[in-house]
Design a protein around this ligand. Structure first.
Ligand SMILES: [Cu+2]
Length: 169
C-alpha cells in the first residue's frame, strides 16, 4: 500500500505541471497587443424629444501596446462621440475629447459628470430597462461592441449592481 502511494505522487505532480503550462498559454494570448476589453456599459434614459443621451463604459487595455479609440457608433443614434465635462467659472459644460489613447494596463472609466459617450441625433428616446449596443473601434484592437443597459433618466450609476470581478486580469 505504501509503495503504490509513493509512485502515485510523481504522476499527480506531472499532471499539475501540464495544467500550469496550459494556463500560461491562455494568459499569453490574452495579453496580445491590441487586446482591448469594454465592460460595465450603461446609458441614461432620455425624456421624449431629447436628441442626446449619455452612455458610459469602462475600457481596459490588456495588451502590451497603447491603443487609440478611433470611432464610436450605436444603432440608436446617428452620431456618437466622446465628451469630457469641464468646469469653467462654476459652470459645467461638455466638449469633444478628440484623441483618446489607452496605455497598456490602463483603464478608462466613464462616468456621468466625467468622460462619457455622447449619443447624438437619437432615433428614439432611450427607455429604462432597454439594452443598446455601443461599438467602440480601436486602431489596433478593431471594433468591440458592448451591450449597455439603460438606467432611469438622470441616474448617477447603472440600475443593476455590476460585478467587477469577472473581468479582472
Ligand atoms: Cu456630452
Amino acid at each position: 500500500m505504501e509503495t503504490s502511494m509513493r509512485y502515485a505522487l510523481p504522476a499527480i505532480t506531472a499532471l499539475a505541471l501540464t495544467a500550469t503550462a496550459a494556463f500560461f498559454l491562455v494568459r499569453a494570448a490574452d495579453a496580445a497587443p491590441g487586446d482591448v476589453v469594454v465592460t460595465s456599459a450603461w446609458a441614461r434614459a432620455t425624456p421624449p424629444g431629447a436628441k442626446v443621451a449619455g452612455a458610459y463604459v469602462t475600457v481596459q487595455n490588456r495588451g502590451s501596446e497603447p491603443d487609440r479609440l478611433v470611432s464610436i457608433a450605436s444603432p440608436v443614434a446617428a452620431d456618437a462621440m466622446v465628451h469630457e465635462t469641464v468646469e469653467e467659472n462654476g459652470i459645467a459644460s461638455m466638449r469633444p475629447l478628440p484623441d483618446i489613447i489607452i496605455a497598456p494596463g490602463a483603464s478608462l472609466d466613464m462616468t456621468p459628470g466625467g468622460i462619457h459617450v455622447m449619443l447624438m441625433e437619437l432615433k428614439a428616446p432611450l427607455k429604462a430597462g432597454e439594452q443598446i449596443a455601443v461599438t467602440l473601434t480601436f486602431e489596433k484592437a478593431g471594433s468591440v461592441t458592448a451591450q449597455a443597459a439603460v438606467a432611469p433618466i438622470g441616474a448617477e450609476a447603472p440600475a443593476m449592481p455590476m460585478d467587477h470581478t469577472t473581468h479582472k486580469m
